[in-house]
Structures are given as C-alpha cells and as structure tokens.
Design a protein around this ligand. Structure first.
Ligand code: MN
Length: 509
C-alpha cells in the first residue's frame, strides 16, 4: 500500500496546507474503504492511494491528489459530496463529482460511439484535472486487469485503447498513452500480441548493438560541432503502437523505421537544428521521412524533429531531436502545467512556462498582452481538433492577466450540451437546447415533420431541455408541421429560422 509519506514526497509543491489536506484525505479514504477489497483480494485502499501517488508524480496539486484519494468514495462507499465538501473543500468535492460522473458513461463498442464518447468525456469533465484523475485511475486498473472477471476484461481493454489512450494523447501525455495501450493489448488480441512481442524481441537484439555504435558516433560528432549539455537515449516503440504501424505497412516490418529511435535532447531550439545538420552530414536521410514538429507542432502540442537516416551499423534509424522542455512536455503534456500557478508564485516568470506554441494558442489573451515572441517558426498556424479550438475560444474570453490554472478550471464546455442520436452519433448544441433544436440540427425535413421526441426512451414535452449524454429519438409524421408555439423552446438560430420560414410558407398557402 502506498503510504501517505510516499505521496507527499512525490508532490511537486510542498506547503503545510497541501500536506495537511492530503494527509486528511488519506485517512478519510482509508477508513471509508476499510471493509472493501479489490478483485485481487487486496484491500481496496491500495487503489486510491496508488492513484494519488501517480497524480502527485504528474504534478497535480494538493486538491487533485486529495480528490484522487477520494475518487471512489462517492460511487463505491456512498459518501456524500456534501460530506466531502465539509471535510475538505469545494474544489475537492467538485473534482470527485467530476470523476464519479465520468464513470457513468460506458463504451458500447462501436467506432461511431467511440468518437462520440471521447468528445462527451472531454466535454463533461469540465476541468482537465478531472481527466487527469480518470487517466491515472484507469492506468492503475489496467495494471491489475488480470484479476477482473474475464467477461469484463475485453470491454475494459477496448474502452482503454478507444477512449482513454486517445484522450491521454490529446492532452499530450505520451507516457500514459503508451502504457495504457500496451497494458490493454494482450486482452484485445492475444495472438497479435504474442506475434509483436516476438518480432520486437528478435529485432531488438538485432539492432540494439548497432544502435549503441550509432549513438557513440553521433555523440562524438555533436561534441565536435561544439554542442554541449546534450544527452541521448534509445527508445523502443510501444507494442501496441508497433502493431498499429505494422497494420498500416501491410505487416512489412522492414518498412517500420521507428521501432527503435535515437533521441537527442539539447538545451535550445537552435541546438536542435544544428544537431539535425550533424546527423544528416553523418548519415543519409531517407527521402520523405523527415518531420519537423518543432516548426509545425502536432495538435496536442508535441514538438520534436524526426528524421529516419540510413546507418551502416543499425540500418534505418529514426533520430528524434528536441529540447529538454519539449521532451518533458511529450511525456507529461498538459499535466506538466498543472502546478503552474505555484511555480509562478515561486518566482518563475509566467511566460517562461508558456513558450509552447500550443499553450500560446490556448491563451491568446495572455499572449496579446505581452512578450513579442522571437521565434518566427513557432507562429505557424496549427491544425487543431475542434474541441481544442473551443477550449482556445473560451480562454480567449478570459480577462487578460488571469492565470493559466484558473483557465483550466474554467468550465470550458459549459455552454454546450452533447447528446446522441439513437445510432450513437453525437450532436452538440448550445446548452438549454430542446429536441426541436436537435431535430433541425440533423435535417430540416426532420424538424419540419416532427411530431414528438423520445429522450432516453421516454416521450417528453417539446420544451424539455436536453442534458449531456441524452439519447434523442425524433418521432416524425408526414402531416406534422411547425407551429409558432415551438419558438420559445428553441435555442439555435438554425431552428428558429427554419420554423419561421415554414410558418411563412403556411401563411402564403
Ligand atoms: Mn477508481
């Protein structure tokens, strides 16, 4: 069992209040779960205490760690949120409530539903810290999946790769993404798992020795070019990610260039480009296999240069070049900014920790406020997933000067409601929308012939406001048509426009 001392030692920010909050949550949760065991037969508290330690390691502050300790007390033990708020504070209760609610959405197993659910989870978690707790919760559950009844294992493993690993990826927490996938893999397709493990074992032997030679060679030449303070590491690709790549390359392992990669981590961005020159003058690059994610970061903020080069000792090797900061961000993603506020208090300049393009995209108001950036390359426009631009948009409304963590706490999706069609497609509408808005959002004909609506299988009044996760089924009749009575119930301008135009047509007749 993880001790409270272990957790506290892992905390990035040490304050008396923080330590006190964590200690109280530890005692409370331990007591609340005292009569329960896990499938493994271990005391239940092993789980929340471990989750709390992971959160601490990822830089979560005392409230997030306390919420990690308490995250199963509402759902599993029946502790009330009022009790949590009274014993701890509002913020902790809010986080526990968020995690509890996330647990209520289960993956139903279709591709369509997967995308919907990912969006729903991001939307309803309201606060990125809730997702962080949920990811750590899932991570620990995956490490003990062998104890779970077999019929549940596959569903949980599938949900992990379809829902949680992509969320970890979107938040830029590469480390957790890979671990989640590799833990789930054997439960998803055991034969492929064994196959990939075998390939990797064989390949690894083949290339590891060669790779060490390449590493030495590169180190020598980097030093020769006057670069100092760099370090290199060998990275072996995750099992599941190798499996996916093999599928894409028609199972031809010789076309997978990044089974093993050599990472070069340097102090500055300029050093990265110098190092790239060194590597390319040493080994011939494979055409079309260079990607500059420093100038063009991935949507999740990932930055690095990747170049596959042909080496005499190890065949084709992917070299990844990045700064220390990019490296840290690639592993911890948004979590690396969790304890940002406190860092600010310790005198670290606010903008220093916001130098990622992504972060700057998220907080345009802050950027507008200060600091002309020198790096031209970093101002390139980014392809962004919709949810990320929504997030950016809501941050843009923040008063300049509000701090980043406060921005994270903003309920950035509070103005939208996410509902499903009976087939599992997600439709997002302004909050307060009714089934009439829903019908018109799908098709004008559906709105114009709407006779009623079922929400979660029950007929409801047309004025009923939709809630996140509702499944909405529109009942239509050929002879039905819109009436002026609908107008007060609609929130979207599309629905209002369509109703008005249908009413006008009716009058003309
Ligand atoms: Mn849990």
């Amino acid at each position: 069992m993880t001790s409270v001392k272990d957790i506290i030692q892992s905390m990035h920010i040490q304050t008396d209040e923080g330590r006190d909050l964590v200690t109280r949550a530890y005692t409370f949760s331990k007591d609340a779960h005292k009569d329960h065991t896990r499938y493994s037969g271990e005391p239940y508290f092993v789980h929340p205490s471990y989750v709390a330690k992971l959160i601490a390691e990822y830089g979560g502050d005392a409230s997030v760690i306390a919420a990690g300790l308490l995250h199963d007390t509402v759902e599993d033990v029946g502790v009330s949120l009022e009790t949590i708020e009274k014993e701890f504070n509002k913020d902790v209760a809010f986080l526990v409530d968020g995690v509890t609610k996330l647990g209520q959405h289960k993956y139903r197993g279709t591709e369509r539903h997967a995308e919907s659910l990912r969006r729903l989870l991001v939307a309803t978690s309201k606060d990125i810290r809730v997702l962080l707790i949920k990811l750590m919760d899932r991570y620990h559950n995956m490490t003990t999946l062998q104890h779970v009844p077999e019929e549940k294992q596959k569903r949980i493993a599938l949900e992990t790769v379809e829902i949680y690993a992509p969320i970890a990826d979107r938040l830029g927490i590469g480390k957790i993404k890979q671990e989640l996938e590799d833990l789930a893999f054997p439960y998803l397709d055991h034969d492929s798992y064994v196959h990939v493990v075998t390939i990797l074992a064989k390949k690894r032997k083949e290339i590891e020795e060669g790779l060490r030679k390449v590493q030495k060679e590169i180190q020598k030449h980097l030093a020769g070019a006057g670069l100092t303070n760099f370090h290199t590491e060998i990275r072996i690709k995750g099992l599941y990610s190798l499996y996916k790549k093999l599928e894409r390359k028609k199972k031809d392992i010789t076309l997978v260039y990044d089974i093993a990669a050599l990472r070069i981590i340097l102090p500055t961005q300029a050093d990265c480009y110098t190092a790239l020159g060194v590597v390319h003058s040493l080994y011939r690059p494979i055409p079309g296999e260079i990607k500059d994610y420093i100038s063009f970061p991935k949507p999740n903020g990932y930055q690095s240069i990747h170049s596959a080069v042909l080496t005499p000792d190890a065949g084709v090797v992917e070299v990844q070049i990045r700064t220390e900061e990019m490296h840290h961000h690639a592993q911890f993603g948004i979590a690396s900014h969790m304890s940002y506020k406190q860092l600010g208090n310790q005198g670290k300049g606010m903008f220093e920790s916001l130098s990622h393009t992504w972060m700057r995209e998220l907080i345009p108001s802050l950027l507008a406020m200060g600091k002309k950036k020198k790096d031209e390359a970093l101002s390139a426009p980014l392809p962004k997933p919709k949810w990320l631009s929504d997030l950016a948009e809501s941050h843009a409304r923040l008063v300049p000067g509000e701090e980043f963590v406060d921005g994270l706490k903003e309920d950035f999706f509070s103005h939208r409601v996410f509902v499903f069609t009976p087939k599992g497609d997600v439709i997002d509408l302004p909050s307060g929308s009714s089934s009439i808005d829903f019908a018109y959002a799908i098709h004008s004909d559906l709105g114009n012939t709407m006779a009623g609506a079922k929400v979660n299988g029950k007929l409801v009044a047309l004025s009923t406001e939709l809630k996140n996760g509702d499944v909405v089924d529109i009942v239509s009749k050929k002879r039905s048509s819109p009436t002026a009575k609908w107008l007060p119930y609609v929130k979207t301008s599309l629905a209002r426009r369509m109703i008005r135009s249908a009413l006008e047509k009716k009058e003309e007749k």
